[in-house]
Design a protein around this ligand. Structure first.
Ligand code: ACO
Ligand code: ZN
Length: 501
């Protein structure tokens, strides 16, 4: 597998190219983003010829990879090109007359940030207190509706079926093929039957990988139930399907087909109307299903394939045995529709309580992400443990976790009553960890990020201003859907006592 070399750029040496013909993979130049008037600095990842015209797959340097796209010759500004220097050798210093770009004036390093169709927070942008403060501020300002699941009219909601406990199917045979971790082209049958398993190589199902192929989005569109969704990142679906304008996915078993006709044939035979596994939680229309990655290998693999389309910093492995998958669904007359999920290692040496977490894009920014996170901590509470999400977190993952941690911890402080003798309440970090199952490091970093810790008369105290309390109350009012622990029917298993998951 081709792995991208670390490339050095000489910031001072930029060249004027006569035409786009001189552009090579790896060079950087201003590019018009999504046909807007913004021209941020971008790196050319790949080049192709289409009807005699060059097209460039570009990555916008200060932006998340989900904004990467194919652009045409008209969208690149060849007036200031930085060529990559490999091993200290500078390349491509051509000069000449350029076609001036009408709308562009920005230079590398002084790019303006567009209002992008997808959130454009780079890792640099979401790290640090400034961003957290801004996020808190946004909570007050934001007028959007959070968490409101419109209640379906009673007439169309059939009687809610009893909780689903599916008998465990016979485990699929485990075929371990020690090959390259990410099969770029696997046969549809092999993959969907769970026979293309590759060995798990680390404590996590995922590790980072960055080569030219996996840096580029390879799936144009997916159709999942009633949703058409544009993928954000690469996912190793079979190559022949990736050439199609759309991959059609059964929203219940997650098998994929190359055309709607093929999917219809599948749907005629597919009896599932909910994820496999046991329904361990239900309140109103929201359910959670627990799926064992060993017992439901094909489903788990297909879920990982689907999730990878929206998860960048994780690379997919086919060995799902060591994981449990918690799929959140919303129920209507047609069945239990997947809203999001998280995976969790059966045994984590690092106290991770979430490996990967995803809200399907049509459901994002409605509070479901926090509901998934809340559920993951509810499981940890049942286990009597603290937990933390697997690192690294994505930009959106970090925003969501920070917001969840801040709200959960503030909730505890604010609910503290003064002692009977009128003294201020005392609570330790360990108490907070115990009530919330949030790991100590995350509690401390949250308090620091919120700037709540003060040193006063020889001791650390937490001071919460009236403003913070008001902001917090407003934010909590928006969290309409919450996990109700009474609706969780689950007993944790001690996986260490089982010889083989
Ligand atoms: N831009 C800015 N803020 C955002 C965005 C966004 N696009 N999306 C979520 N947020 C903020 C919200 O404003 C909210 O904070 P607030 O309540 O303080 O305003 C917080 O994040 C959570 O919002 P939710 O609506 O509850 O979360 P959502 O359903 O959108 O799911 C998630 C969040 C799961 C991270 C989703 O964005 C996603 O699936 N992303 C793609 C996959 C991913 O990155 N997963 C995390 C990887 S890390 C890991 O797996 C351990
Ligand atoms: Zn199906």
């Amino acid at each position: 597998m081709k792995v991208t070399q670390k490339i050095e750029f000489d910031e001072d040496v930029s060249s004027i190219c006569e035409s786009t013909g001189a552009l090579t993979e790896g060079c950087r130049l201003p590019v018009r983003m999504h046909k807007t008037e913004d021209w941020p600095l971008a790196e050319v990842v790949s080049i192709k010829d289409l009807d005699g015209k060059r097209q460039f797959y570009v990555h916008y340097v200060d932006f998340n990879k989900r904004l990467d796209e194919w652009v045409t010759e008209e969208d690149v500004d060849t007036r200031k090109v930085q060529f990559p220097r490999r091993d200290g050798t500078q390349t491509g210093a051509s000069t000449g007359v350029t076609t001036p770009k009408k709308h562009h004036s920005s230079l590398p390093g002084s790019v303006s940030r567009p209002t992008s169709p997808q959130p454009a927070a780079s890792n640099e942008m979401v790290n640090g207190n400034a961003v957290l403060a801004a996020a808190l501020q946004k909570k007050i300002n934001r007028k959007r509706k959070l968490n409101s699941v419109p209640a379906p009219p009673l007439a169309v909601v059939p009687e809610i079926p009893p909780p689903i406990i599916t008998p465990a199917p016979t485990p699929a045979p485990i075929v371990v093929i020690p090959t390259t971790p990410v099969p770029v082209s696997v046969s549809e049958e092999a993959s969907q039957d769970g026979k293309n398993a590759t060995p798990r190589q680390s404590g996590s199902m995922v590790i980072h990988q960055d080569d030219v192929v996996t840096r580029m989005k390879n799936v144009e569109m997916i159709e999942l139930g009633k949703h058409r969704i544009k993928p954000w990142y690469f996912s190793p679906y079979p190559q022949e399907l990736c050439q199609m304008p759309c991959i059609y996915i059964c929203e219940f078993c997650l098998k994929y087909r190359k055309s709607r006709k093929c999917l219809e044939r599948h749907l005629a035979k597919c009896n599932l109307r909910h994820p496999p596994g046991n329904e361990i939680y239900r309140k109103h229309t929201i359910s959670f299903f627990e799926i064992d990655g060993r017992k439901n290998k094909v489903y788990a693999q297909n879920l990982c394939l689907l999730a990878k389309l929206f998860l960048d910093h994780k690379t997919l492995y086919y060995d799902t045995d060591p994981f449990l998958f918690y799929v959140m669904t919303e129920f209507d007359s047609r069945g239990f529709h997947i809203v999001g999920y998280f995976s969790k290692e059966k045994e984590s040496t690092e106290d991770y309580n979430v490996a990967c977490i995803l809200t399907m894009p049509p459901y994002q920014r409605k509070g479901y992400g926090k509901l998934l996170i809340e559920f993951s901590y509810e499981l940890s509470k049942f286990e009597g443990k603290t937990g933390s999400p697997e690192k690294p977190l994505s930009d959106l993952g970090l925003l969501s976790y920070r917001s969840y941690w801040a709200q959960t911890i503030l909730e505890i402080f604010i609910s503290q009553k003064p002692t009977s003798d009128g003294e201020k309440p005392t609570i330790t970090i360990n108490d907070i960890c115990e009530c919330t199952s949030i790991k100590k490091e995350d509690v401390i970093s949250t308090l620091q990020n919120l700037n709540l810790i003060n040193y006063y008369k020889g001791q650390y105290i937490v001071c919460i201003s009236r403003d913070i309390i008001d902001q917090h109350k407003k934010a909590m009012d928006k969290r309409k859907i919450r996990i109700d622990s009474k609706c969780l029917h689950w007993t944790p298993k001690d996986w260490s006592k089982r010889s083989k998951w």
